[in-house]
Design a protein around this ligand. Sequence first.
Ligand SMILES: [Zn+2]
Ligand SMILES: [Zn+2]
Length: 127
Amino acid sequence: MSDPDRDPGLPPGDPEDAPIVTCSRCDREWNLEYELEELRAGNRALEQFALDHQRHTGHYPDDTSPWLATCRHCPAGEAFLAERPARRGAETHARHTHHGVTLEHASTDEDENEMEASETIIEPDTE
Ligand SMILES: [Zn+2]
Ligand SMILES: [Zn+2]
């Protein structure tokens, strides 16, 4: 009898699954095992790593295009690696402070001329 839900090629919880991040600017690559095991960052391991990398080097690693939620009224601002948490962060700030928050996504392409930026404004709920 074989279980169709089980892929025999992938044992569950294999630590080899830790994602690899590369940065062509630093010409380095990192294994995120530390973030997964020590920080228990889980799904946010890559995001955590990318934000730390930006904080220390001023740029993001390869294949990461941050979403920036920036308040238009106060210095609050946060960076996220996915639209959903970024939007949630912006909406939460707007709800609590009645501030409008700009949500920006810069897709960093190899070709800098192709750099696209999209911008959304999260307006506070005025009810
Ligand atoms: Zn780098
Ligand atoms: Zn604000």
